[in-house]
Design a binder for this molecule. Structure first.
Ligand code: 4NP
Length: 157
């Protein structure tokens, strides 16, 4: 999971995905990590607003230290899911620069069956209030549900 700062959207997305992956019994097959494209917040924990929103909605906030995405992280991943189109463009360029297939870099919302045309990002809640974090989570939840449904299908033996 990738966003800009790795303190709001991608840590929330990773926490939701991890909980759903556990519930689906896929935790031995699927590992989730999160990164930011920027280095502004490297080493920091998740934003308190993100942690509070996860708790309000019944998810498990995980221990977190913000990291900046590097090309080796893309190489190590099967799927790189971006919070918005700005992140997508940055990460695809990084993938290509490292000789990686940019098609494994996608928008997280591409897994949200309810997304509408022109509404394919996770709104950035940084600096906002509870409502902004709830809005981000409301886009993250159906996206992660769609993601885990697809993983369950693909990984079924
Ligand atoms: P995130 O939110 O990308 O969801 O972690 C942001 C965090 C920090 C900044 C912007 C967005 N910033 O400009 O520092």
């Amino acid at each position: 999971m990738v966003c800009l700062g790795n303190i709001c959207r991608s840590p929330m997305a990773a926490a939701v995905a991890e909980d759903l992956i556990g519930q689906a019994g896929l935790d031995r097959q699927v590992e989730v990590e999160s990164f930011g494209t920027a280095r502004y917040h490297v080493g920091e924990g998740a934003d308190p607003g993100a942690v509070a929103a996860l708790h309000r909605h019944g998810w498990t906030a995980k221990p977190h230290r913000a990291r900046q995405l590097e090309v080796d992280d893309i190489k190590a991943a099967d799927l790189v899911l971006c919070a918005d189109r700005s992140n997508l463009n940055t990460v695809r360029r990084l993938a290509v620069s490292g000789g990686e297939d940019p098609s494994k870099v996608r928008l997280l919302r591409s897994f949200d069956p309810g997304r509408r045309q022109g509404d394919d990002g996770i709104p950035d809640p940084w600096g906002g209030g509870d409502q902004d974090f709830d809005l981000a989570l409301a886009a993250i939840e159906p996206s992660c549900e769609g993601l885990v449904r697809e993983l369950a299908t693909r990984l079924a033996v």
